[in-house]
Design a binder for this molecule. Structure first.
Ligand code: IVH
Length: 736
């Protein structure tokens, strides 16, 4: 798989975003444990901040992908130390799904066929709402709640007993009588809309995080390490099933759930018994009608065979009971009006259109904004040029039908043409950046020859929207690698007007009082936040504060230490589009100095036919030349680069051929997990010594440097008789 860690958020596909959120969740959790619990940080503060920011940015762009264990759920709180594992007495199953009435008829028909030989058998069913929360299993022994767990993978969940005890709907002791000696009560933990809105309001007042939806918030609340935090958020619980038990609660599903109510649980008042598909579907329609007035999210209706004896006979398939099915609701829709269309400029300069809507409630959530993706989408065509929404464009003033399915972000599904105002005009997508006024263009993809669907601001360094991200990139590890100047400080200095472009970083020292003041103000804001927070949260905020308070001298020294960067790092740090570490190294090697690169870049930008001016260089294609033309052709970048060069002097790139003639001109491949250098460092180092670095082993390969875990490349090298070195042998060879 390709490396996603540096891919801009607005270029991630949904699957990539999902994978990145998973990676970030575990990386941040590991860093939290190293920092808070082992007192042995394994990554720098800047890197840590980078991970959190990237996580937040991806969550903001893909709210429906927010994970149950999202790090953003625990912002400001010490990380959960990981809950103990609990093996369920009986697995927690999932449900087969039905989407149409026909699917329901099929389900009933399957049952009829299964029990075909029992001529007089009457199969009864129950129908009840499918609550959109988190399932939990509660173990009662002799009527006392002893342990509660999440579903986990269905077999093993997490022990969240202490948190579940804070839920008023979960009895500590069962009421009534007749309960089995041991029983695992199963049901759904959820958060009501009222509680969700109240929590959002409290959090906003205290300057805290935003919450995405009730379900994720309930999940985050349940996974708090401090039960006091869970208790402060009112959660609810409906009991609807059971797992391991020493005795059936009753002979039928319906009566069993009635028993749960007698024992002190809340059970859905909307559960009924039914005999036929028609009756089940009628109950489905009834529940659907009541959906918006229930005050909590439900996403369908669950049908179960009523007689436990028949449930047992019909049995299970791969984690699902055959005797139950979840009849899902279609996505909820609502009609509203597009008030305006705003353009937001993303961090990589992408112009992202957003429709501002007349606020409307869909599935219990007020929707005011909806993304319009890009200009083609507004015009009614997809990325392949095919019509969407029957090819109808979206205009300001249009009446539109929006849809929200479960957690999925709202979208416009249809334009109601009959209601289009006579004066409504096709939307004119801006061709200049609304933030900085530079031209906004659509690039042609070299390979496909097609226009990119996104229009981008070409303002590069002078566009404030892009400036922050670029500054972050500038100081990051692969670039200028300025220790102690993490994304958090960059943001602070940018907002305070102390750093606008990279050059300003190097004059911070001259503005010591202002820098001190900005840091002091942040500390005060954090202190206020701490006052507003309670207990554990306060402790965590203090920890963050301490991390932020870096000795200024140390920071200034770290900045000074980078005044003579390697040329390839410097070129990479400029953040020119399409110029990653590898290309930066090629440019450094080719041109030797920044002055030469600027000279050739400007000449090329001024030429009628850039390709005829720019030298043909292995590894530099039209895309890169185009990016250089854009960059050096933009006069406003000149000032930025000039100011920067007044502060820093990149080291000229000297290929050290004589001293290291052992590898000069050789083709080297790195494989396995390198332990003493990163892949990009290894590559840059080899190239600086005049070697050519290749990605795969062939007959042309001279040396394979193999770290632990090397596989197919190592095999290929030995098959081809290529020299193989360990990392240490490589260092010895190049005299390091
Ligand atoms: S019964 C043996 N009943 O849906 C069947 N599940 O897709 C066990 N859910 O993990 C589940 N409301 O979290 C059942 N009334 C209900 C439900 C329900 C919500 C959830 C539950 C389960 C998921 C299965």
């Amino acid at each position: 798989m390709t490396d996603l860690t540096h891919k801009p958020v607005d270029e991630l596909t949904e699957a990539e975003a999902d994978a990145e959120l998973a990676r970030l969740a575990s990386a941040i959790a590991a860093a939290d444990i190293a920092y808070h619990q082992n007192d042995a940080p394994e990554i720098t503060d800047a890197e840590y901040d980078g991970l959190r920011r990237r996580n937040d940015a991806i969550e903001a762009a893909f709210p429906h992908l927010v994970r149950e264990d999202s790090p953003s759920m625990s912002v400001g709180a010490p990380p959960a130390e990981g809950f103990a594992k609990v093996r369920h007495g009986e697995p927690m199953l999932s449900l087969a799904k039905a989407y149409t009435d026909d699917d329901v008829l099929d389900f009933i028909e399957r049952g009829r066929r299964f029990f075909e030989r029992d001529k007089d058998l009457e199969i009864a069913f129950t129908a009840e709402p499918k609550i959109d929360g988190l399932s939990a299993s509660l173990r009662y022994e002799k009527g006392v709640f002893v342990q509660g767990a999440t579903r986990g993978d269905g077999t093993v969940g997490e022990d969240i007993t202490a948190n579940l005890r804070t839920i008023a709907d979960i009895p500590e002791r069962l009421a009534g009588s007749g309960w089995p000696d041991v029983i695992e009560i199963r049901g759904e933990v959820y958060m009501s809309y009222a509680e969700f809105q109240a929590l959002k309001a409290r959090s906003a007042a205290a300057g805290g995080q935003d919450y995405v939806n009730p379900r994720n918030t309930a999940a985050g609340s349940l996974r708090q390490k401090d039960p006091a935090v869970t208790a402060s958020r009112k959660l609810n619980f409906f009991a609807y099933a059971w797992g391991y038990t020493t005795a059936d609660p009753a002979p039928t599903q319906f009566e069993s759930v009635q028993k749960f109510a007698e024992w002190g649980f809340r059970v859905s008042p909307l559960m009924v018994r039914a005999q036929s598909a028609e009756e089940l579907i009628a109950q489905y329609r009834l529940i659907e009608q009541q959906r918006s007035s229930l005050g909590y999210d439900i996403d369908g209706v669950v049908y179960k065979v009523d007689q436990l004896e028949l449930q047992r006979r019909w049995g299970f398939v791969t984690g699902e009971p055959r005797w139950a099915v979840a009849h899902k609701f279609p996505a909820e829709q609502a009609t509203t009006v597009v008030r305006s269309i705003d353009i937001q400029v993303g961090r990589t300069g992408t112009l992202a259109p957003v429709a501002r809507l007349e606020p409307v409630t869909v599935g219990g959530v007020v929707v005011e904004n909806v993304t319009l993706h890009n200009e083609d989408y507004i015009r009614g065509i997809d990325s392949k040029g095919e019509p969407i929404r029957e090819g109808i464009d979206i205009r300001i003033g249009d009446t539109v039908v929006i849809q929200r399915a479960g957690d999925v972000i709202p979208q416009i599904v249809r334009v109601v043409l009959d209601k289009r105002p006579a004066e409504a005009q096709p939307y004119q997508f801006p061709h200049v950046c609304p933030v900085c006024g530079s031209a906004a263009t659509r690039e042609i993809n070299e390979k496909t020859g097609k226009e990119d669907s996104r229009r981008r601001c070409t303002g590069e360094l002078i566009c404030p929207a892009q400036a922050i991200e670029r500054l972050r990139h500038f100081v990051s590890r692969g670039a200028m690698d300025i220790e102690g100047l993490g994304a958090e400080n960059i943001d602070l200095f940018f907002q305070a007007g102390l750093v606008r472009t990279a050059a300003d970083i190097f004059t911070l020292k001259d503005r010591r009082p202002e820098v001190q003041q900005a840091l002091a103000e942040r500390r005060e804001a954090q202190a206020r936040q701490r006052e507003a927070a309670s207990g554990k949260v306060r402790k965590a905020v203090r920890a963050v504060e301490e991390r932020n308070y870096e000795g200024l001298d140390k920071l200034f020294a770290a900045i000074d230490a980078r005044r003579n960067p390697e040329l390839d790092r410097f070129i990479f740090a400029l953040g020119i589009r399409h110029i990653g570490e590898t290309t930066a190294a090629v440019l450094a090697r080719t041109f030797g100095s920044m002055e030469e690169l600027i000279r050739v870049g400007k000449l090329t930008a001024a030429a009628a036919d850039p390709a005829s001016v720019f030298p043909s260089v292995d590894g530099i294609g039209g895309t890169v030349v185009g990016a250089l033309v854009d960059f050096f052709g933009n006069e406003r970048n000149d000032d930025v680069v000039e100011a920067l060069l007044a502060q820093v002097t990149p080291q000229p790139y000297v290929v050290n051929v004589s001293a290291d003639s052992l590898v000069a001109g050789k083709t080297v491949v790195f494989t396995g997990s390198l332990e003493k250098m990163t892949r990009s460092e290894a590559k840059a180092m080899a190239e600086r010594l005049g070697a050519k670095v290749a990605g795969s082993v062939s007959a042309k390969t001279d040396i394979l440097v193999a770290g632990p875990g090397a596989g197919s490349k190592l095999k290929a090298a030995s098959d081809l008789g290529v020299e193989v070195l360990t990392e240490d042998q490589w260092f010895a060879r190049i005299g390091k």
